[in-house]
Write a protein that binds this ligand. Structure first.
Ligand code: AMP
Length: 511
């Protein structure tokens, strides 16, 4: 098995990797680093995000920068400012023990004057979004005459976002003898054109495109009526207070509306979309990173490049049209070897889309039931009870008189009556949760639609409730009042080696 050392990296880099806990190189790192570190050839790396791409090009790039030379030797183009900044942060960490290598990210949405000022100092590596780079070139703020390495990261995304002309312009502006390293998840014709026009006999490396969807992700879908989606989402969030995730919506408006609705109900949620200013985006992202937010409601474009490692869930509030997007979205969870769940909300007529994804991506989906209002009430009461049990009786300064007053008022109630009243009072606060059975509602809609596919998308199916024990590898916290319903399953470690039919049902994930 290859080690970072055997890939030819130097001691200063090996030391950081050790500190970062990078034990073994990922596939793309194993295949790219030895090629790139020799610095002779153009290079194409076909790999998804989350596969360790940044280190795959970042480490060999750092190894070849000459810190004694003040000119810009490396330029990395990235589709979004988030990705740009993450690359810059990672390079700064990787180069911690090297002679000082200056790394500067420049991107739109931030004051250009500060970037121009920073560019007056020597910057060995610049990471840029294409639009801002063109702007800086136009203002003669950037000199690329001594550029030795150009990296195009997520090239397909840059083209999807309409940066084709900018990239052409940038490529024409850079010296001919530089090396170009292109990384992309896919190889559409437009990328091939760039390769043919600007690259010389590139070495091409492909990383498990067959299994491009991370195996640590559990793929689930739930059938829900459009109007019940927000209620279903709330119930899933309620089921698992440890959950942290991203909810993907199609439009900016959808993200905003959903975030506002969740906020109304005191969920720790916020929206991330293209209408926000950079300062607003930064604020949302830092709240998400420091865990003040449980969920981020995002559009595909805004969420690109989110690098938060311990996300447990991704929700597809609406399924993306493009299966590549499904992969991108799901890849926000189960990063760095952890487990995660990707849950798609579909209408009863969209089962075919799940099948299509299964086929195209070689993955398997299980059906997930929406928790009932009763399940949610149980969880809430259980948490509430635990909170009370954990509270020391003398925690707050209670004046004896006040306690006596409470004794007096409750004095005639039996323990049973008192508990019943307290529970009922507590539940009253949560009456927003409807008691509707959302699974059955989705099924009813199906019947209304006149195309009943043997009840597959339908309702309760209680008798068969074979769940397999819920989210495999998930947080197996104790308790979870829904748990007892599901016991008797074969445990949570069932490896999905063979593709099963979509119709395998699953109760909502276990706590
Ligand atoms: P990337 O695809 O570069 O965005 O990397 C995805 C995540 O995996 C990042 O959080 C990296 O820090 C982490 N990572 C990259 N390479 C390794 C490795 N060899 N071992 C463990 N974690 C890694």
């Amino acid at each position: 098995m290859p080690t970072f050392k055997s890939l030819g990296l130097s001691a200063n880099i090996l030391k950081v990797l050790d500190e970062l806990g990078f034990e073994t190189p990922t596939d793309i790192q194993t295949q790219s680093i030895p090629q790139l570190i020799t610095g002779h050839k153009d290079f194409i790396g076909l790999a998804q995000t989350g596969t360790g791409k940044t280190a795959a090009f970042g480490l060999p790039l750092l190894e070849q920068i000459n810190p004694a030379d003040d000119s810009t030797q490396g330029l990395i183009l990235a589709p979004t400012r988030e990705l740009g900044r993450q690359i810059a942060e990672q390079l700064a960490i990787f180069s911690k023990y090297m002679d000082r290598v200056n790394v500067l990210p420049v991107y739109g949405g931030a004051a250009i004057s500060n970037q121009i000022k920073a560019l007056r100092k020597p910057q060995h590596i610049i990471i840029a979004t294409p639009g801002r780079l063109i702007d800086l070139i136009g203002r003669k703020a950037i000199k690329l005459g001594n550029l030795r390495f150009l990296v195009l990261d997520e090239a397909d995304e840059m083209l999807n976002m309409g940066f084709k002309e900018d990239i052409d312009e940038i490529l024409n502006y850079t010296p001919e003898d530089k090396l170009t390293w292109l990384f992309s998840a896919t190889m559409p014709p437009q990328i091939k054109k760039i390769v043919n026009k600007y690259m010389v006999e590139p070495v091409e490396v492909k990383v498990n495109t067959q299994n491009k969807v991370n195996k640590n992700i559990e793929h689930l879908y739930t059938v829900v009526r459009g109007r019940d989606k927000s209620e279903a989402l709330k119930r899933f969030l309620d089921m698992d207070s440890e959950m942290r995730g991203v909810v993907f919506c199609r439009t900016r408006r959808d993200t905003q509306e959903l975030a506002e609705l969740l906020l109304q109900y005191n969920y720790k949620a916020d929206a991330l979309h293209g209408d926000l200013s950079q300062a607003q985006r930064d604020r949302v992202m830092s709240r998400f990173k420091n865990k003040s937010l449980q969920v981020l409601i995002a559009t595909d474009v805004a969420a690109r490049g989110i690098d938060v490692n311990d996300l447990t869930h991704v929700f597809h509030y609406t399924l993306p049209d493009d299966e590549e997007y499904y992969t991108h979205r799901s890849g926000r969870t189960a990063r760095a070897g952890k487990k995660g769940a990707s849950i798609s909300f579909i209408s009863n007529k969209e089962g075919y889309r799940i099948k299509r994804l299964e086929k195209a991506l070689g993955i398997e989906f299980n059906k997930l039931e929406i928790p009932s209002g009763e399940d949610i009430a149980k969880i809430r009461i259980e948490n509430w009870c635990k909170g009370i049990l954990d509270t020391p009786a003398n925690q707050a300064k209670v004046y004896e008189g006040i306690k006596d007053q409470a004794y007096l008022l409750f004095g005639n109630l039996s323990k049973e009556e008192l508990i019943a009243k307290l529970v009922s009072n507590e539940l009253k606060q949560f009456e927003q949760t409807t008691n509707d059975d959302l699974n059955a509602s989705a099924g009813r809609e199906e019947r209304g639609g006149g195309r009943d596919r043997g009840g597959r998308g339908r309702g309760r199916d209680r008798g068969r409730g074979r769940s397999g024990g819920g989210r495999s590898g998930g947080r197996n916290s104790s308790g979870g009042s829904g748990r007892d319903r599901r016991k008797g399953g074969s445990g949570s470690s069932e490896a999905p080696s063979k593709r099963r039919k979509v119709s395998k049902k699953k109760k909502y994930f276990s706590k």
